[in-house]
Each structure stands twice: as structure tokens, then as C-alpha cells.
Ligand binder design. Structure first.
Ligand code: C2O
Ligand code: CU
Ligand code: CU
Length: 424
């Protein structure tokens, strides 16, 4: 589609604001006064500029999570002082239609700022969205974010929270507890982002299959029927639900333990209803889309490098590490050559899960503990279960520069579980 004005500009201002949350007044952190931040919606082909202003009382910055963009524009190392501004520009690439999100990335301050509310969704639309049956689906964007409030403020992290990752006792969807939404019979399209700093969500809708059509920043080749879908911090999913008749649906979060061998992190909210949907209207026949996109099969025989990324921790004082080292902003940990394919083993010898995230370059999961991945997808976050190894394949193309990789349990990231990769 030819577009008259392919440049889209957005302003995002981070600032504290007192809002009513789950029936309490509390000061949280917002973008433009809203929690979660506003949806930024663009089309493939648009040049997108986000002008960020920091009106917090401390340093911050903005990261456009999952966007295929130049590392020079991602610039997560660059912090923004209170009162200052910084712009981030990218071109929404052909084939990048999907769900993304934004959050702060000032190392050491990320998890607190995010836990207090700083996160918002981004949608890039493309040709697939414009075709039936997707075009007439009822779409809901659901930002999952948990929080704890205390005396009108967001509760502080305590010692243990840094090790496990803090889970708030209020589990919110778009800033509300168990929101009730309505939709007409037909396809219900749920676009879900896990914007929690540590909480995992094990999604389920009793009586329905989750017809998964997208993961992270892209479509799958065809809908994939699942009973439950685990969404770890940073991950996104695009789910179709066949709402054939007037009925009530509940989106649940089923229990999942991210420390299977250690102390349980299951919290009482697990198993609770995240959101309710009232479907009204005439009974309807529903046709799922047959094919959504094509995802190339990567030829691993052409990979020019094989790397291992091993998670670890050092006690007293607590630090989380990758390949034995805590993050140092000045150190280049790995290099890769532009135009090549690499295979990485993400090795987790620990007793807890860690979601691995790489900036700029989407990857495909090859195998988990040697078992081939059951389907192809472009991902930017992958859960690495406790005592497991996940093999991924990354084509480094188009961009050069320094990108970060880290655990997306942001307590771990702030405490060092992050590295720098230079693509040359
Ligand atoms: Cu969502 Cu480096 O982050
Ligand atoms: Cu990111
Ligand atoms: Cu971690």
C-alpha cells in the first residue's frame, strides 16, 4: 500500500503519577500519564521516531524491545538524565508485522522502573493483518504486569527479590485486576505481552484451544493449536480464540514453577483469572487462516561459529553472570560477523529458569536439550528451563554494531546477567 506519510512520530514522557490501581491510590511510573504506556501502532514500511523525555527523578532511557533496528539507534547503553530527551528511529521492516513493546534499559535501574509501571506495547501491522479472517477479528492487546503496593507507593524490592525475581501480589491486565471485556461472536484475537519483570504466565482458556498465530515479533507459518502457552518475561504471543457462540470466557494463569528443584516461586495468584470475556451475538461459523507466512528453514551446516552462553551466579555480594562474568558496559564479550549464521547453546546449569533475550537480531530455536523444536518461529526471547540447554540459530544480517543479550528476569539483568555482542 502506498502511504502518504510514511514517517510516524510519537512522544513518550516517563513520569510519576498517582493513579487508582486495584482500588488503591498509588504513585506509579507512567509514560504520558498512563499505566501501561500507550499503544504505538505503525505499518510495515513506516519510518518510526520515538521522542523520549525523562521526567523521572533518576536516569532512564527507552528500549524498543524486539524491533529489528540498527544498534546505533537502539543504544541501550546511553542513559537520559532527568529533564533530558533522546530520540530512537527505526524503519518497520517488510515482514516485521507483529507485537513488540518498550521499556527502560538503564542498567541497574531497569527492574525497579519496570516494576513501578514503565512498559507499553507496539504493534507493527502488515499485509496479513489486512486479510480475512484476521481483518474482522476482535482484537485485544493485553499487557500483563504485576505490581505490589504499599502505603501509596510501589513496594520496594527486598533482599530475596533480587535472587528470585520479584513477583507482585497484584496481577494486572492493562493496569486493572481481572478486567471484563466484551466481543462479538467470531474470532477473538488476543495479543499478549508479558511486561512483568519476573513473573511467568501459563495461559489457558478453559473449553478452548489457543490457536497461536504469532510468537514474539512475527507470525507462525500456520495456526498452532495449544492447550496452554507459557509466556516468560519479554515474550509476546498472538492467539486466536474461536468464539462461535454467545458465552463467557476466562483467560487463566495456570501454575508453573520456574524453580522446579528449588524453593517454589508459585504464588497464590497462579491459577487466577487474568481477564474475562463476554461474547455476544449470533452463533457463527469460524474459519481459521490456513497459512500466515513463510519462515525459512536455516541450514545449520552453513553456520560459521558455534558459541556457548552459560548462566551462573556468584554469592556475597550477589551477582548473576554469563560465562563467569557479570556485565561490564565497557567490555565486548562476543563478536560475530555480519552476513553469517551462528549457532548458540544457551546453557542453564542453575536450579531456576532464565528467559534469554537478544537485541536486534531475531533467532530460531533449534532444539531444547537436544530435542528438535516442534515448529519454526522467529523469536527474541526464549525460556531456558532449569538444568537445560537451548540451541538457537541467529542470522546476523543488515546491521553491525554493539547489541546486548541478557536474562529477561530483570533483577538478574540488573545484577549482571547480560553481555555485549559486537557485530562487525
Ligand atoms: Cu526487553 Cu534488553 O530488553
Ligand atoms: Cu530487547
Ligand atoms: Cu535470570
Amino acid at each position: 500500500l502506498p502511504l502518504d506519510n510514511p514517517t510516524r512520530t510519537f512522544n513518550l514522557t516517563a513520569k510519576p503519577k498517582t493513579l487508582a490501581i486495584a482500588g488503591q491510590q498509588a504513585e506509579v511510573l507512567t509514560y504520558n500519564g498512563s499505566f501501561p504506556g500507550p499503544l504505538l501502532e505503525v505499518q510495515e514500511g513506516n519510518v518510526v521516531r520515538v521522542d523520549f523525555t525523562n521526567q523521572l527523578r533518576e536516569q532512564s532511557n527507552l528500549h524498543l524491545h524486539g524491533i529489528f533496528m540498527s544498534p546505533e539507534e537502539d543504544k541501550p547503553h546511553q542513559t537520559v538524565e532527568p529533564g533530558e530527551s533522546l530520540s530512537y528511529t527505526f524503519e518497520a521492516a517488510e515482514g516485521s508485522a507483529g507485537l513488540y513493546w518498550y521499556h527502560p534499559h538503564a542498567h541497574g535501574k531497569v527492574t525497579r522502573q519496570l516494576f513501578k509501571g514503565l512498559a507499553g506495547p507496539i504493534i507493527i501491522r502488515g499485509a496479513v493483518d489486512a486479510l480475512e479472517p484476521l481483518a474482522s477479528a476482535t482484537e485485544k492487546v493485553l499487557v500483563l504486569h504485576d505490581i505490589s503496593l504499599q502505603h501509596g507507593k510501589v513496594a520496594p524490592h527486598a533482599g530475596m527479590d533480587w535472587g528470585k525475581g520479584k513477583e507482585g501480589d497484584l496481577v494486572l491486565v492493562n493496569g486493572a485486576q481481572q478486567p471484563e471485556m466484551t466481543a462479538l461472536t467470531g474470532l477473538l484475537r488476543l495479543r499478549v505481552v508479558n511486561a512483568s519483570s519476573a513473573r511467568y504466565y501459563n495461559l489457558n482458556i478453559p473449553g478452548k484451544q489457543l490457536q497461536v498465530i504469532g510468537l514474539d515479533g512475527g507470525f507462525l507459518e500456520a495456526p498452532l493449536a495449544m492447550e496452554t502457552l507459557l509466556l516468560t518475561p519479554g515474550e509476546r504471543t498472538d492467539i486466536l480464540v474461536e468464539a462461535t457462540k454467545a458465552e463467557e470466557l476466562q483467560l487463566l494463569n495456570l501454575p508453573y514453577s520456574r524453580t522446579p528443584a528449588g524453593p517454589s516461586t508459585d504464588t497464590p495468584e497462579a491459577g487466577k483469572t487474568l481477564a474475562k470475556f463476554t461474547i455476544t451475538g449470533e452463533a457463527k461459523e469460524i474459519v481459521l487462516p490456513a497459512k500466515l507466512t513463510a519462515i525459512p528453514e536455516l541450514d545449520l551446516a552453513t553456520a560459521t561459529a558455534h558459541k556457548a552462553i552459560t548462566f551462573g551466579a556468584i554469592m556475597q555480594p550477589l551477582q548473576f553472570t554469563i560465562n563467569g562474568k557479570a556485565f561490564d558496559h565497557h567490555r565486548t564479550d562476543l563478536t560475530a560477523k555480519a552476513g553469517t549464521l551462528e549457532v548458540w547453546d544457551i546453557v542453564n546449569p542453575m536450579m531456576m529458569d532464565h528467559p534469554f533475550h537478544l537485541h536486534t537480531f531475531p533467532f530460531q530455536v533449534v532444539s531444547i536439550n537436544g530435542v528438535p523444536a516442534p515448529f519454526r518461529a522467529w523469536k527474541d526471547v526464549v525460556n531456558v528451563p532449569a538444568n537445560s540447554t537451548v540451541r538457537i540459530a541467529i542470522p546476523f544480517h543488515k546491521y553491525t554494531g554493539k547489541v546486548m543479550y541478557h536474562c529477561h528476569i530483570l533483577e538478574h539483568e540488573d545484577y549482571g546477567m547480560m553481555g555485549n555482542l559486537e557485530v562487525i
